[in-house]
Design a protein around this ligand. Structure first.
Ligand code: ZN
Ligand code: ZN
Length: 275
């Protein structure tokens, strides 16, 4: 299939949605399904957060089941799958509903992530960098610690080393929000400064991701968070695609129902414009 055709085929899918099983999300899975039908989506993937880092105390360590924060053990995961399965029973004729997870990833707990995926076999998996050396970078409250600890050049290099490890792990359907570190760190270091460093790093990194056979998602929350691009931005998309890395999905990263499907079509057009 031509690249462009493939990208266009992603326009009716939102493959990054946090229902309220994620403790920082607001809407129930059923609310998302109803809204998805209203706006004409044909496929949605729920991607509840999973963070298995034994050294961090992130909120993503838990799955919210009916208001109770539970560690993602057999019981919690089966309950999550069971609930999504029920929705499939109710709405499966109208929309494809997929039960997946978004995993935080750092090399020091890769074995735990691998074990989890082997045990529970989720239908869709996103691997994302949310922390570097256990310093959280996707939370505005914790990001100052990363700023104090890293020189921007060192940080961006390290960040992309982890992205390569995500690719090489072979565990994930897609790599999540590849340049998502920009969300907060660009406010400290300046977006063009970050992108200048990134420009040097990405051409080295892209062939490694391609060799690993990994795919990446385009995540529209970059627009929602005030950047003028999705994650990743055009330069990164261009470099990845030129190296042979495919776009695997587009997702809104919705944490509440009003954001489902957010600028998915725009993202498809943006990708086509970038490559
Ligand atoms: Zn994420
Ligand atoms: Zn997410």
């Amino acid at each position: 299939m031509l690249n462009e055709e493939k990208i266009n085929s992603l326009k009716k899918s939102d493959c990054h949605i946090h229902p309220d099983f994620s403790i920082d999300a607001k809407s129930s899975a059923e609310e998302y399904v109803k809204r998805a039908l209203e706006i004409g989506l044909e496929r949605i993937c729920f991607t509840t957060h999973i963070d298995l880092d034994p050294h961090r105390a992130a909120a993503d360590l838990y799955i919210n089941i009916d208001g109770n924060w539970q560690i993602p053990d057999e019981n919690a995961v089966r309950t999550y799958f069971f609930r999504i399965d029920n929705l499939r029973g109710k709405y499966g004729d109208e929309i494809e509903i997929i039960a997946g997870f978004e995993f935080s990833f750092e090399p020091h707990f890769a074995d735990k992530v691998g074990e989890f995926i082997t045990n529970f076999k989720p239908e869709f998996t996103i691997g994302s960098v949310h922390a570097v050396e256990m310093l959280e970078i996707t939370s505005r409250y914790f990001v100052p610690a990363a700023v104090r600890n890293f020189h921007p050049k060192k940080f961006i290099k390290k960040y992309y080393d982890i992205v390569v490890e995500i690719a090489q792990s072979g565990m994930f359907s897609v790599i999540g929000h590849i340049d998502g570190y920009k969300k907060y760190l660009s406010r400290w270091w300046g977006l063009s400064f970050c992108e200048g460093i990134e420009g040097e790093v990405i051409d080295e990194v892209a062939p490694k991701i391609a060799d690993a056979g990994a795919r990446f998602e385009v995540n529209t929350s970059g627009w929602r968070k005030g950047l003028c691009a999705p994650y990743p931005s055009a330069t990164v998309i261009k470099s990845l695609v030129a190296a042979g890395v495919e776009v695997g999905s587009i997702g809104s990263d919705a944490h509440s129902v009003e954001d489902i499907g957010y600028r998915i079509t725009d993202a498809a057009n943006y990708i086509i414009g970038a490559i």
